[in-house]
Design a protein around this ligand. Structure first.
Ligand SMILES: O=S(=O)(Nc1cnn(C2CCNCC2)c1)c1cc(Cl)ccc1F
Length: 79
């Protein structure tokens, strides 16, 4: 699956960042507290720990499970 443009409508299942870190679940607040809660952004597809673009970034991203790295982009090919 690929991301169109900035990936706002990407609903694929890539859940690893471009440096190989595992994505944190959107419904989890550990290791990173965050305000991108699935309930608050129902149309952003914030399922599991899949890479998404809920905030108008330039591409899909996720919070990482590395406590020292809050978020990173994901390597999802552009369509
Ligand atoms: O919980 S967060 O989403 N964390 C956060 C910090 N940086 N980012 C980047 C994610 C990729 N796009 C640019 C912002 C997200 C968050 C969002 C806002 Cl508006 C303010 C504080 C904050 F903590």
């Amino acid at each position: 699956l690929c991301q169109e443009g900035a990936g706002t409508s990407y609903r694929g299942t890539v859940s690893v960042t471009e440096t190989g870190k595992t994505c944190q679940r959107w419904d989890s607040q550990t290791p990173h507290w965050h305000s991108r809660k699935p309930a608050d952004y129902p149309s952003s597809g914030l399922e599991e720990n899949y890479c998404r673009n809920p905030d108008g970034d330039s591409g899909v991203w996720c919070f990482t499970m590395d406590p020292s790295k809050r978020w990173e982009r994901c390597d999802v090919p552009v369509c």
